[in-house]
Write a protein that binds this ligand. Structure first.
Ligand code: C2E
Ligand code: MG
Ligand code: MG
Length: 506
């Protein structure tokens, strides 16, 4: 075992009140040559005269010493997914391997799902993966694979100098894609079961190429981790090659994170209301409340950008409550008669899964009842397929309490018709993407199919994103019930909806 101390073991130090003499990370070299980090605490046991009699070393998971990714550390040129020391040690190892020939790419691979937990619990698994990945990839190229503590990350450095005729060319995009495919193939041969469950091997890979994405190994490694970090947010593919713009993206992300902490207190969140119209008689049917965030430093930030970040913390639970409170206050202040109109409120999947949020909405609903305003809760189709527990019961609970429930962004969430049918929602909102290109680049076949699917479920159908008169004319004869979109009206401020309601009364 080879120990590399990251801190100074200074026995002259005085101990603190827990009798801890030293705490820091210790690196062990595992049997497979990978680096494994542990957190070591040295405690002193003293006798009655306060003289040290024993020193006890306690190893624990390095999580304790792991600091989450935050602004200071990033500005400090420090790492986020892994620590600065880890970056230094790993780039040192890679340099040792390649010397001064620099035709290599660094791939940072992070395991996902259940496998990730398994890795965190069992560092041996890491070794197994390293050996298999090594055997699967090594025939064509020089390869260096290093595991990192909190053990869901593996760093691969792959060289292509011996590979003029081979197909592993990690310094080109196509070559990288081939390697990722090969890695997937190799790793999928490992069968891992947890209890009765067979774990699926899923991972994300962030890639950076030497010279193109950094002039030192350290920088290339860091940028592969930046790509990995960005990938985790996009969640679309499992591999991303570094691009300079990502650095800005992550920096902006940090500012958003920072700004969101005080957004509620500073009253920076506002609501706009997008009207929904009935297709039968073109009358105003109701509104969808949409949140807006204006921040001094960032300007206007779209909900698609900040809601996923809010969802990372408990703050997301404040959103739905804030929206209903604010809407209530604003609706009460309206001078018009709004009885008979409907207000739709969006809930993200985490909010929808939270009892306190649903109960709060119910409590506030009585005030909307007094105004004669119906409430509709919009949940996305993705929320449904996320396999949440008791989802059907939740929908029913809301309906029993007098809410309507709409499935938002219908057609984008890959749920089966049978499954949707079982949910007994009241309304389907057909996503904007189905009408967006009509009629120029789309003959309407797809939306027709989606509408007929919706009809089969005997639900009220809303078409979102109607922007042009052609789209409106077409949708008018489609058998749908409501429409929403810039053609009817953009999301409006309170005073604008006041005017609109007045207008529609005449
Ligand atoms: P959504 O619920 O599907 O809302 C419709 C989005 O499409 C809104 O974007 C709206 O401004 C936009 N839109 C409406 N008509 C048109 C059109 O004709 N053309 C185009 N190009 N766009 C149109 P927005 O306001 O940026 O909201 C995006 C998403 O953020 C919403 O999608 C919803 O999922 C989420 N969201 C918004 N407000 C809230 C909220 O208060 N709570 C939660 N949990 N999510 C919210
Ligand atoms: Mg919506
Ligand atoms: Mg939608």
């Amino acid at each position: 075992m080879e120990d590399i101390f990251e801190g100074q073991l200074n026995l002259m130090n005085t101990v603190d009140e827990d009798n801890i003499l030293w705490n820091g990370n210790v690196w062990n070299k595992g049997v497979y040559g990978n680096l494994i980090c542990k957190n070591l605490t040295i405690k002193v046991i003293t006798n009655a005269q306060n003289k040290p009699v024993y020193y006890i070393g306690i190893y624990s998971n390095p999580d304790a010493a792991y600091m989450p990714f935050n602004g200071e550390r990033f500005d400090d040129e420090d790492a986020f997914l892994i620590s600065k020391q880890e970056i230094e040690i790993i780039s040192g190892r890679i340099e040792e391997q390649y010397g001064d020939q620099k035709r290599f790419a660094i791939m940072s691979l992070q395991f996902l799902g259940g496998l990730r937990k398994l890795f965190e619990a069992n560092q041996r698994m890491h070794g197994k993966f390293l050996t298999i990945a090594n055997n699967g990839l090594k025939e064509d190229a020089e390869l260096s694979i290093l595991a990192i503590p909190r053990t869901d990350i593996i760093i691969l450095a792959i060289d292509d100098s011996h590979n003029v005729e081979g197909n592993l060319t990690p310094t080109e995009e196509t070559g990288i894609k081939d390697i990722v495919k090969r890695l997937e193939y190799v790793l999928k041969r490992i069968q891992i079961t947890l209890g009765l469950e067979q774990l699926e091997i899923k991972f994300n890979i962030g890639v950076a190429i030497f010279e193109k994405h950094g002039s030192t190994t350290n920088e290339v490694l860091k940028n592969s981790l930046v790509a990995l970090e960005v990938l985790t947010k996009f969640k679309k593919e499992n591999m991303l090659i570094y691009n300079e713009a990502y650095y800005d993206y992550i920096r902006e992300d940090l500012i958003i994170r920072e700004g969101l902490r005080t957004a509620f207190e500073k009253n920076e969140l506002k609501l706009v209301y997008q009207p929904q119209f009935s297709l039968k008689d073109d009358q105003l049917y109701g509104f969808e409340a949409l949140v807006r965030w204006h921040n001094d430093q960032l300007g206007n930030v779209t909900p698609d950008r900040f809601i996923p970040i809010l969802e990372e913390t408990e703050d997301i639970y404040r959103l739905g409550m804030y929206v209903i409170d604010r809407a209530l206050e604003e609706f009460k202040s309206l001078q018009n008669n709004i009885s008979g109109l409907r207000l739709s409120i969006n809930l993200s999947s985490k909010e929808f899964a939270n009892n306190a949020v649903l109960e709060y909405l119910f409590r506030q609903k009585t005030h909307f009842d007094d105004l004669g305003v119906k409430l509709c809760i919009e949940i996305t189709e993705t929320t449904l397929v996320e396999n949440m527990e008791h989802i059907k019961d939740r929908i029913q609970w809301l309906q029993n309490k007098g809410f309507e429930v709409a499935i938002d962004d219908f057609g984008t969430g890959y749920s089966s018709l049978g499954y949707l049918k079982e949910m007994y929602a009241d309304e389907l909102k057909i996503d904007r993407m189905f009408i967006r290109d009509f009629p120029e680049r789309d003959d309407g076949k797809l939306i027709r199919a989606v509408i007929s699917m919706g009809k089969e479920m005997k639900l009220s159908l809303v078409v979102e994103g109607i922007e042009t008169v052609e789209q409106y004319e077409w949708i008018r004869n489609s058998g749908c019930d409501l429409y929403q979109g810039y053609y009817g009206a953009k999301p409006l401020s309170l005073s604008d909806i006041e005017a609109l309601i007045n207008q529609s009364m005449h």
